[in-house]
Design a protein around this ligand. Sequence first.
Ligand SMILES: NC(=O)c1ccc[n+]([C@@H]2O[C@H](COP(=O)([O-])OP(=O)(O)OC[C@H]3O[C@@H](n4cnc5c(N)ncnc54)[C@H](OP(=O)(O)O)[C@@H]3O)[C@@H](O)[C@H]2O)c1
Length: 240
Amino acid sequence: MQLTDNHALITGGTAGIGLACARLLAREGAVVTITGRDADRGAAAAASIDGPVRFLRADLADAESVQELVHRAGVVDILVNNAAAFPAALTVDQRRDAFERTFATNVAGTYFLAAGLVPGMVTRGHGSIINVTTMVASKGVPGAGVYAASKAAVESLTRTWAAEFGAAGVRVNSVAPGPTRTEGVQAEWGETNEELGRALPLGRTAEPDEIAQAVLFLASPRASFITGSVLHADGGGSAV
Ligand SMILES: NC(=O)c1ccc[n+]([C@@H]2O[C@H](COP(=O)([O-])OP(=O)(O)OC[C@H]3O[C@@H](n4cnc5c(N)ncnc54)[C@H](OP(=O)(O)O)[C@@H]3O)[C@@H](O)[C@H]2O)c1
């Protein structure tokens, strides 16, 4: 049990990588809060996790909803910024509303949630923030422009926050997953995700639990001297 007595909040913890993180952190002793927009999905996800877990409905693209989440969250020792929009569109085809929703969710939502929860971490003198970004934040992939740019912004925030909060004992890191088999990405990217997986040195897509293991490591005391970093959990994709 690496996370006993820790309260973890995982945005987008009702499906895919976020749900895998919630299961793993709960198994390691954390008291877990998962968030998402769909209350039925949230209730079903919470019921599928062993251990103390609750679901809070929140839409990261909505500023008021983010502030409400900050107020309802209570003590948070571990924040996993995982919820995201990942539209697939070539630059010439990108719709403006999808562009704005992506930056509202992935950048503004992540930013103001962290800004609202960090003061508590600073007061308590400890905390760990893990931003789930993407391999394509540092690679050119056709059709991933808006999504990749939003996650590159989050990797920049990771470095800024490490510098701002390190002295108070709060660590901030990113996990940059490669293509991972989830229903959400399958619905948006279809077979392209499996094609990206086949092009990796490891030659396949990841299972959500393989990404969650990287998140757990950064959340745990085993990563006590690691802050401001990007852990590439991408089957070698960023190495080639
Ligand atoms: N799967 C991949 O290949 C891959 C690769 C690299 C990086 N990633 C990153 O990994 C993270 C998780 O991806 P995934 O594939 O696990 O996605 P997923 O299966 O579609 O799950 C997304 C989760 O986020 C929630 N969510 C989506 N939009 C939200 C919003 N506006 N406000 C609040 N919650 C929201 C969803 O719940 P509701 O729909 O009910 O709100 C769900 O719980 C994302 O940050 C993604 O960019 C994924």
